[in-house]
Design a protein around this ligand. Structure first.
Ligand code: ATP
Length: 370
């Protein structure tokens, strides 16, 4: 059982009907959410959807207008930030430039008046955890960006919070270092057993690190699920479109046998078929979401395919490991198909204006009502 599937497991954090207003503006709209111990939980959504407001309410910098926020079963709304077992790591890291790495990590512990030997042991433990032992005596400007990020992490974890909030923690790092650091972050999270909640604009980052992702829009959570479920079975066009690349084909549903639905979608185009567990009414507007990598592109008409449409190559994006083809159908619709370049000359297998067939199985897409 994953903790969120276990009925006996109590959540570490519970938002219950939380609303946060700034004047008349509703930033968080009657939101309910459980986050469990040891989770690496990601909040994802467009700018202004309320991610930072959620973090600030957890940290105690903002109070909800109504609703409850619990940590370990206790209402934390009246508890001031410094009395919560919660720490927040900011994107800017906010390290003290005049203090050494060692002293930066020790800072919060000193304020707590931790006993000297215990403090030293704790700092050493944090240095080891973040592989910074060699840099202990350096100042922040004498280490790299990735190392500064690790100091900030070590400092945030030094007081052993039950919950660590990470606001765009890797935003300042370049792509390569960012990827390496994501794995490091997961490793450290696992070793400490601390619950992490991360806000990131980078959906790939959320997919990589998170145990579960909440996709938000306008102060509400649209879907909460594991990364693979969010990707494979989005609950809405909004989520399908927000995560990764997707084709959305709008049509009218006709339910058939065994969970099959026929989708009539364009004059002169063959109907499409999709398997679904959701009920659809005859004539209901529906949206077929199909990922580009699930669409097979061939020169010849496929012999047996649930779905096959014909078009011409309109655009090609060669990305090394994969190529994305934009194929234009006779009615003007563009469908994206992706293929893995496992062979060396795959790049040249199709070129502009080539007539091609696109095909996919009825189970490859997700049929959505909105
Ligand atoms: P971003 O990804 O751009 O950081 P976000 O999802 O973190 O966005 P929030 O910072 O939580 O968004 O803001 C949510 C909404 O609440 C925004 O429309 C913002 O303008 C508004 N808001 C946030 N703080 C305040 C405030 N102190 N006063 C008034 N409005 C605010």
């Amino acid at each position: 059982f994953a903790p969120w599937e276990d009925p006996d497991e109590k959540p570490l954090i519970r938002f219950e009907n939380v609303t946060k207003k700034f004047g008349d503006f509703v930033a968080i709209d009657n939101l309910t959410l459980d986050i469990y111990t040891r989770e690496f939980f990601a909040l994802l959504g467009p700018s202004g959807c309320g991610k930072t407001t959620m973090m600030r309410m957890l940290a105690g910098f903002e109070a909800p207008t109504s609703g409850k926020i619990e940590l370990g079963g206790q209402n934390i709304v009246p508890v001031p930030p410094n009395k919560r077992a919660v720490n927040m790591m900011f994107q800017s890291y906010a390290l003290f430039p005049h203090l050494s790495v060692w002293e930066n990590i020790a800072f919060g512990l000193r304020r707590e008046k931790m006993e000297k030997d215990k403090l030293a042991a704790r700092v050493e433990q944090m240095l080891k955890l973040t592989r910074l032992e060699r840099f202990a005596q350096r100042k922040p400007h004498q280490i790299s960006g990735g190392q500064r990020q690790r100091v900030a992490l070590a400092r945030s974890l030094a007081k052993a919070p039950r919950l660590l909030l990470l606001d765009e923690p890797l935003g300042a790092l370049d792509a390569k270092l960012r990827e390496a650091t994501q794995f490091e972050l997961m490793d450290i999270q696992e070793k400490t057993g601390t619950t992490f909640v991360i806000v990131t604009h980078d959906q790939e980052e959320a997919m990589t690190v998170a145990s579960r992702i909440a996709v938000m829009d306008e102060g509400q959570i649209i879907q909460v699920a594991t990364p693979d479920r969010i990707y494979e079975t989005p609950n809405s066009v909004y989520v399908a479109d927000f995560i990764g690349s997707v084709n959305i084909i709008e049509g009218r549903a006709t339910p058939m046998e065994e969970g099959q639905v026929r989708v009539d979608w364009a004059e002169g185009q063959p109907p499409l078929f999709a398997t679904t567990t959701q009920p659809f009414d005859a004539g209901q507007t529906c949206f077929l979401a199909i990922r580009p990598e699930k669409v097979t592109i061939t020169a010849e008409r496929p012999e047996a395919a649930d779905n096959a449409v014909q078009g011409k190559i309109h655009d090609i994006a060669y990305l090394g490991n994969i190529s994305t083809y934009h194929v234009q159908l006779a009615n003007g619709t563009i469908i994206k198909a992706q293929s893995a370049n496992t062979r060396r000359i795959a790049r040249r297998s199709f070129t502009w204006e080539d007539p091609v067939w696109l095909s996919w199985t009825a189970t490859a897409g997700v049929l959505l009502a909105r």
